[in-house]
Design a protein around this ligand. Structure first.
Ligand code: UFG
Length: 343
């Protein structure tokens, strides 16, 4: 029988790509979202890509426990992938209560309802932010690398949520958990029907690049060229959004097929390939055959110099590997931006 996966925050950037891959892999998916940071664009795109007009959709807030109870009562859910959360680092510093309230309460509601129902397979969307600033001799980071004290309330919600999941798995029979720690997800679906939809001025590098290329922004600032890296700009592990989505399918299958080795597992999801901001910018120009207006600007507060992962555990245990080249990813990101302009 087909298994059903609930995707909370499923209308957003990562959630929509994951929904496409889950459906492609033969799962039934229930999508739930409150549109706090997206609109219907990506969900409509998901329906077009998959050819499935009948994907169940529930507009709801996961902070509303009654609504979460009803959702689980209305659908036979075998696994939940929890994305529904706020994610702007800077905003979390000025509005910590908003972040703790939304990100922690929503996740605890999912776990509490899972517990009431005798358990569930829970996949939590975590972040490389839990590693903080690793010292250069500790790179690349593995799942065994120490977590560092969070530098923002956003990062802290990721750490606390990981701990909540770990403790619930230990205490409540039937709850199993996997945390996926994403590095820097970028790009868009090659169809250009789904992608990132930042509200206002983008914080993240790739949406800022594509909006500069389209003329929506005058000039990209590269934050810092005096870091102790080969070209002076920061190093990150940029992971293609479709590759990232596929990792979720592997993790869900591992839970549903009873392949987990422990009841709570953690995997780094990245490429293992560090790329500098400057390298990414020049790769974007080259693959899309255009010139980007950019300048070097002072460092951005809070940025770590370099972080990338060792994805061996995910490669071996999940049977997953990042496959797309950065050129393919940046081509898709630009195609998506052009699609948005034409809309
Ligand atoms: N950058 C620029 N100019 C910009 C935007 C970004 O030079 O306009 C640089 C940043 O300084 C950084 C790199 O591009 O060196 C990547 O920046 P992003 O904002 O795209 O990503 P971060 O690595 O800062 O943040 C990501 C996620 C966060 C997560 C964090 C730590 O977006 O959710 O990694 O894991 F918390």
């Amino acid at each position: 029988m087909k298994k059903t996966v609930l995707v909370s925050g499923g209308a957003g950037f990562i959630g929509s790509h994951v929904t496409v891959e889950l459906i492609g892999a033969g799962y039934d998916v229930v999508v739930a979202d409150n549109f706090s940071n997206c609109d219907l664009t990506c969900f409509e795109g998901v329906k077009t890509i998959t050819g499935r007009k009948d994907i169940p959709f529930v507009e709801m807030d996961f902070c509303d426990k009654t609504a979460v109870r009803k959702l689980f009562a209305d659908h036979a859910i075998d696994a939940v992938i929890h994305f529904a959360a706020y994610k702007a680092v800077g905003e979390s510093v000025s509005e910590p209560l908003m972040y703790y309230q939304n990100n922690l309460v929503s996740f605890m509601n999912v776990l509490e309802v899972a517990r009431e129902r005798g358990g569930c397979n829970v996949l939590f969307s975590s972040s490389a932010t839990v590693y903080g600033e690793p010292s250069p001799d500790r790179l690349p980071v593995t799942e065994q690398s120490e977590r560092q004290p969070a530098t923002s309330p956003y990062g802290n919600t990721k750490q606390i949520s990981e701990d909540v999941l770990r403790d619930c798995v230990k205490a409540y029979p039937g709850i199993k958990g996997i945390a996926l720690r994403y590095f820097n997800p970028i790009g868009a679906h090659p169809s250009a029907l789904i992608g990132e939809l930042p509200r206002g001025v983008p914080n993240n590098l790739v949406p800022f690049i594509t909006q500069t290329a389209s003329g929506k922004r005058a000039c990209l600032s590269i934050f810092g060229n005096d870091y102790p890296t080969p070209d002076g700009t920061c190093l990150r592990d940029y992971i293609d959004i479709v590759d990232l989505a596929k990792a979720h399918v592997c993790a869900v299958a591992r839970m549903l097929d009873g392949k987990m080795k422990q009841e709570y597992e953690i995997f780094n999801i990245g490429t293992g390939r560090p790329l500098s901001v400057y390298e990414l910018v020049t790769a974007f120009e080259k693959v899309n055959k255009l010139k980007l207006n950019y300048k070097f600007a002072p460092r951005r507060a809070g940025d770590v110099t370099a972080i990338w992962c060792d994805p061996t555990l995910a490669n071996e245990e999940l049977g997953w590997k990042a496959e797309r080249t950065v050129e393919e990813t940046l081509e898709a990101a630009w195609k998506w931006e052009k699609h948005l302009i034409e809309k």
